[in-house]
Design a protein around this ligand. Sequence first.
Ligand SMILES: [Zn+2]
Length: 136
Amino acid sequence: MRTVTRRNLWRSLGRGALLRCPRCGGRGIIRGWFSMQRRCPTCQLVLNRGESSDYWLGAYTINFVVAEFVAVLLIVVLILFTLPDIPWTVVQYAAIVAAVAMPILFFPFSRTLWLALDLWARPAERGDRARRSHLN
Ligand SMILES: [Zn+2]
């Protein structure tokens, strides 16, 4: 069984950034924008690897930090490009739209990236599929 080692963490993160299985690179692990398959269709890795229902908490944290950072970055760029006459009303509405839209746009990526990090921290072991399958 293939594992995600420290050496190939970047490859796994790259696969996650493309919404592919971080372990095998297979497609089709995303069922919809807000849901994932139970297993990778290619390598059969159980995607919810948690022992409890809060497995995706790390993904939500990644989503919050990255998406809101990008939202702030976009607003800063908007302000810098409109100097010295900053349209504050436009900035205000753009900030609201960015703060709401970015976490939605980044949602599936946060899950696949979290899965890549989790596989790095806790590599899939022999019997991982069978042991975790009853949880899903
Ligand atoms: Zn896979």
